[in-house]
Design a protein around this ligand. Structure first.
Ligand code: ADP
Ligand code: MG
Length: 484
């Protein structure tokens, strides 16, 4: 048992996450400047972003639409009239000296996100999803600091979970699920390397059986799935060592340093910010139009969790189903292939072809599934040829490879290459007879108890038929002929 596992016999970790997600809008949250990653520094500003006196913010209608889609997809309670608040703090990347956010009247509350744990769906309760704007970016070069306001005013949602997770794996999995969901909905690219999805983790420990929450620390600046797991793992271990040696966890904000694999104190409770929240007098209450909300709800796609359930119900394994719903384009490919095939009962088989042959070929060709040169209907046709015994699975892979490369229909390739499986008993029987007669010494060996020789005969039949012999029938005929 590891040291951590040992300590976790008596102690339980509690984790709540705050995830910032950039909404995929063309312009900023409260002003018309464009949103664009990698533009020249400070080229995407305007009087509102710069906080110039007299500049007034107007909330981006598209950002609201995208946030509502997330609210609905998480079954949140939508507040039909919500409010923007000013969150005050001084920092050079924020010229107004406050961030526009939502405080006591957020847009969404009490939603849920479904994630996959151990092959099953697990529900994580959300406290809230609120709207806010991003700050700019400071870059420190030696003794000089540069401020870039291109990111300032970019629309975000902050998704806050209840403190209901207990392991680093769950924390990482939640972020994966949310990442998958916002991409599935098309409301964010959520590219973590571009900072479009960022996570803060709140971690505390308590004795098992205790219902009160322990004192938490907040880990900032975690920007990859792997780091979330590492950072939380590391923080749980740090807190457990502390409490086990009679110390106490201090309420503080810690910064995760992924390079060092360590966190260090950023600010303690004493230095904690007092944000002096108050309703933003420049912005009217944000009112949701019920008709628009209905329209967004009707336009929502089937969600990953629902599709996962549908796939597993039709026989697809949990791991496979989970991979298939990991990306909407892949799941859509799966659905199109099932539809073209026409039999839901073949979903597992179709899924296997997608996950092994198709994904492998796409990876090698560096293509996205959405741009697959082999369309879903072609894959379905190929699967049918294997299922009805026209070709063997092995030949199927060769036909797949050729069809993927050339675009030729599988049936045409099979006919042209003459690779139909031999399933005719009389025809295959003749070949078996010939092979056994030609290898009498091995046949005697097998009859004398050398089981390994059976494989030799199968190989010989395959060689004779160019791999076209029906393997099940081959085995049956050989057993009969060899007398064992
Ligand atoms: P703040 O806005 O000051 O960060 P919140 O009360 O909004 O504080 O909580 C933020 C996050 O911290 C939420 O995800 C919540 O679940 C989590 N959280 C709160 N208390 C604890 C605790 N004792 N242990 C772990 N997580 C906690
Ligand atoms: Mg916080």
């Amino acid at each position: 048992m590891t040291e951590l596992a040992q300590l976790l016999v008596d102690w339980e970790a509690v984790i709540g996450l705050e995830v910032h997600v950039q909404l995929a809008t063309a312009s900023k949250a409260f002003s018309p400047s464009a949103v664009q990653f990698g533009a020249p520094p400070n080229s995407l500003t305007d009087p509102t972003v710069l906080g110039l006196p007299g500049a007034l913010p107007v909330y981006n209608a598209r950002a609201l639409e995208l946030a509502l889609a997330l609210g609905l997809a998480t079954s949140s309670r939508i507040r039909m009239t919500s409010r923007f608040a000013r969150k005050h703090y001084f920092y050079p990347d924020q010229p107004k000296n406050y961030q526009i956010s939502q405080y006591d009247e957020p847009l969404c509350e009490h939603g849920v996100v479904d994630m996959f744990i151990g092959g099953e769906l697990r529900r994580v309760e959300l406290t809230r999803i609120h709207l806010e704007e991003d700050a700019g970016k400071n870059t420190h070069v030696g003794a000089t600091s540069h401020v870039d306001l291109d990111r300032a005013g970019v629309p975000l949602v902050e998704v806050v979970t209840e403190p209901v997770m207990h392991t680093p794996e769950e924390a990482a999995e939640f972020v994966r699920a949310l990442h998958g969901l916002v991409r599935w909905l098309g409301i964010s690219e959520a590219d973590m390397e571009k900072g479009q999805l960022r996570c803060d983790a709140n971690v505390s420990v308590r004795r098992r059986g205790e219902d009160r929450l322990g004192t938490r620390t907040e880990l900032k600046n975690i920007n990859s799935f792997r780091f979330i797991q590492h950072a939380v793992e590391h923080e749980i271990a740090r807190q457990l060592r502390l409490v086990e040696s009679g110390g106490r966890v201090e309420r503080e904000t810690r910064l995760w340093d992924a390079v060092a694999g360590q966190s260090h104190t950023m600010r303690t409770k004493e230095e904690a910010n007092d944000y002096r929240y108050f309703p933003d007098p420049d912005l009217p209450p944000l009112v949701v139009d019920p008709a628009q909300l209905d329209a967004i709800e009707r336009g929502l796609p089937e969600l990953p969790a629902a599709r996962f359930r549908r796939y597993t119900r039709s026989g697809v394994g949990a791991d496979e189903a989970r991979t298939l719903v990991g990306e909407r384009a892949l799941a859509d490919y799966m659905d199109a292939a099932i539809a073209a095939h026409g039999d839901e009962a073949s979903a597992k088989f179709i899924g296997n072809w997608i996950l092994t042959e198709l994904l492998g070929a796409l990876r090698a060709a560096e293509r996205d599934v959405a741009a697959s040169p082999l369309p879903p209907a072609t894959l379905a046709a190929l699967v049918r040829l294997v299922e009805d015994g026209t070709i063997s699975g092995k030949i199927g892979k060769e036909v797949f490879e050729e069809s993927f490369r050339t675009g030729e229909a599988p049936a045409a390739i099979v006919a042209r290459r003459g690779v139909q499986q031999i399933s005719n008993e009389a025809e295959l029987g003749t070949i078996v007879e010939r092979v056994v007669t030609a290898n009498q010494r091995q046949a005697d060996g097998y009859a004398g108890g050398n089981d390994k020789l059976f494989g030799f005969f199968v190989g010989q039949v395959m060689k004779e038929t160019g791999g076209r012999a029906n393997p099940v029938l081959t085995t049956a005929l050989l057993k009969k002929r060899l007398g064992r």
